[in-house]
Ligand binder design. Structure first.
Ligand code: C2O
Ligand code: CU
Length: 631
């Protein structure tokens, strides 16, 4: 699927370059021209085949092909033979076909396609006619040079003005309520009588079982491998302290912001806390300013691997270090000998960027971290990817199992050897094994960082030799799920895409949902108790780890094939280019929730939407005029 996808794109480029060149040569060099034409038609034919196959395999992924990409291809083919038509028209035909094709390929509009299907060719035809008229006037020689200059500068001015207007129009509002933007109301809820989500707190009337304080501050730091970081930390540590609690405990965390100017929040990634504890600036609270504090309370009701991070200007704040591991140990657990969180993160350093691993709360290292482990002991490695990109790991020296994904145990995990484990940005995978009497190493497939477990606690890393990709969709024992015979109350389709355009006043590659960017992406509306099915389709060039706050999603199928192994629950699901996933969740945690790409730069460039329960409203606002910028 991905191959077909890429084929289509390269064919589009081939079309533009080769066909354009061939046509431009005109009647000169007929041999060369014919050869170039044939060369040009090859990628066009490839594109035709690839497009047709894609449409038949996945309509959602390629629905724009028929109305938008097919016509220019056909037109290009029809105009190709040099007989009859003046060369200038072939050049234009090719150029216009290529332009439309590139527009459609790199900035695909969202469905419905009727408007772009008519508007783009109409626009191009308009330009062609204008150009012809212009040539006629030129040929007549009736236009004085200063008129020519005037027309040219007028046209330039119009282009600049149009650009300025769309830049201004793309500015995010100075102030906006997260409960009432965009197109989502569907006629109910959000009246004056909505329930205020700031009342949806964790238990406030009893003593917490565990208390933590996280103090955010600017802290120059040095990685174990020597690189200096202008870090922002919790409690002066990189990453923030590892919080370990027991399932069922009431946890209280006091966030103190010492000097992070833009303000800070803490989001409990993967923990389905009550809405008011979710830590999203401008949605569930105001960002905590320097000198301020905020108290979170929630019951850690599921055991598993989670993490926490600031959700104010999250792309920058997480990148600089405002995050840490959050581990919920099972209520009753046999004491495991080694239970180690391994947090991966890419650090920006004046000494060069480095992807580092932090072992068991230790200082991150871009090279090897050691740990002595007694042979025969049980080991659990909790891989936590605190990064925006998919991170591949290779564990070698021992057969191992994938025991859990995103904090949910898998049923009947079978032994693996050398499988490459890819953890999405924001995702968590737990690996378990019995320590042998030889060293075991965990390595990044790309980068120099690794963890060496050995009886002596010494040794060197060997090169990573990852085997085939681990596939969660067919791993472990199948088991009934709560949604097997369910009738879904809502079905949403979420098309992840990209387009060039203005976002918040700047020209950028925007990451889109259904062709739109935040705050214009429609909100997913639910009622408490609804069973919701969501289809994610990625028709862009990049991975999108989709993260839903406050809920776990059960993965039903990938690319049309049902999940055949253990039930696979995820809160951060990587949707690769060309992939389609169907997931389901129960709307059982009322409030207003983020649902966004956890490539935080993508989230900050528009790939953010909300899940909203009817009848709830937020007293908080985001925007320049407020202190809140969640992404
Ligand atoms: Cu881990 Cu909305 O984020
Ligand atoms: Cu993304």
């Amino acid at each position: 699927m991905v191959v077909l996808f890429i084929l289509g794109f390269s064919a589009a480029l081939g079309l533009a370059l080769l066909y354009g060149t061939a046509a431009a040569l005109g009647p000169r060099a007929p041999r060369l021209r014919r050869a170039l034409l044939v060369l040009a038609l090859l990628p066009v034919a490839l594109r035709l085949v690839a497009g047709t196959v894609l449409v038949s395999v996945d309509r959602l992924l390629a629905a724009d092909f028929v109305p938008l990409a097919l016509p220019p291809l056909v037109a290009a083919v029809c105009l190709a033979p040099p007989r009859g038509r003046p060369a200038v028209w072939r050049v234009r035909g090719a150029a216009f076909a290529a332009i439309e094709h590139l527009l459609v390929t790199f900035s695909p509009p969202a469905p419905p396609y009727l408007v772009p299907a008519m508007a783009v060719p109409a626009l191009l035809l308009g330009f062609a006619l204008a150009a012809r008229r212009w040539e006629a006037v030129m040929a007549g020689g009736r236009l004085a040079p200063r008129w020519k200059a005037l027309v040219a500068s007028g046209a330039a001015l119009a282009v600049v003005a149009a650009g300025g207007w769309s830049a201004a129009a793309s500015r995010l509002p100075d102030r906006m309520s997260m409960a009432s933007h965009g197109s989502h109301d569907m006629g109910h809820g959000h009246g004056a009588h909505g329930i205020d989500i700031s009342t949806l707190t964790g238990p406030r009337d009893r003593e917490p079982d565990r208390r933590f304080t996280l103090t955010a501050r600017r802290t120059p730091a040095t990685l174990a491998s020597g690189q200096r970081i202008e870090a922002w930390t919790f409690n002066g540590r990189l990453p923030g302290p590892e919080l370990r609690v027991r399932q069922g405990e009431l946890v209280e965390v006091t966030l103190v912001n010492r000097d992070v100017t833009a303000g800070v929040t803490v989001h409990w990634h993967g923990v389905d806390v009550p809405n008011a504890e979710d830590g999203v600036a401008g949605m569930t609270q105001d960002a905590v300013p320097p000198g301020g504090r905020h108290v979170y309370r929630f019951v850690a009701d599921r055991a598993g691997s989670f993490w926490y991070h600031s959700h104010q200007q999250s792309a920058e704040q997480v990148e600089r270090g405002l995050f840490g591991a959050l581990i919920v140990d099972p209520a009753r657990s046999s004491p495991r000998e080694e239970d180690l969180a391994v947090v991966s993160h890419r650090w920006t350093s004046p000494d060069g960027n480095v992807t580092a691993l932090s072992l068991a709360g230790g200082t991150p290292s871009g090279s090897v971290s050691h740990r002595a482990v007694r042979p025969g002991g049980q080991v659990r490695l909790r891989l936590i990817n605190a990064d925006s990109h998919l991170r591949a790991f290779a564990l070698s020296g021992v057969p191992f199992a994938v025991a859990a994904i995103d904090g949910t145990d898998l049923g009947g995990p079978t032994p693996l050897r050398n499988e490459r484990i890819s953890v999405p940005g924001g995702g968590r995978y737990d690996l378990t094994f019995t320590m042998p009497d030889r060293p075991v190493q965990l390595r990044l497939v790309r980068g120099d960082a690794g963890v060496l477990l050995s009886p002596t606690g010494r040794g060197d890393l060997a090169p990573a030799t990852p085997g085939p990709d681990f596939d969660p969709a067919s791993y472990g024992r199948a088991a009934p799920t709560p949604f097997d015979k369910a009738r879904f109350d809502r079905h949403y389709t979420v098309v992840l895409g990209q387009s060039f355009g203005f976002y918040d006043g700047r020209f950028a590659l925007r990451w889109t949902i259904d062709g739109k960017t935040f705050p214009n992406v429609p909100t997913l509306m639910v009622r408490t108790g609804d069973l919701v099915r969501t289809t994610f389709v990625n028709r862009s060039f990049a991975d999108h780890p989709m993260h839903l706050h406050g809920h776990r999603m059960l993965v039903l199928s990938r690319n049309g094939h049902a999940v055949s192994g253990s039930p696979w629950w995820s809160d951060t699901l990587n949707v690769a280019p060309g992939e389609r996933y169907e997931v389901a969740f129960r709307a059982d945690n009322p409030g207003l929730w983020m649902d966004h790409c956890h490539n935080l730069a993508h989230a900050g460039a528009g790939m953010t939407m909300h899940l909203a329960y009817e009848g709830y409203e937020s007293p908080y606002e985001i925007g320049r005029a407020t202190a809140n910028q969640p992404e």
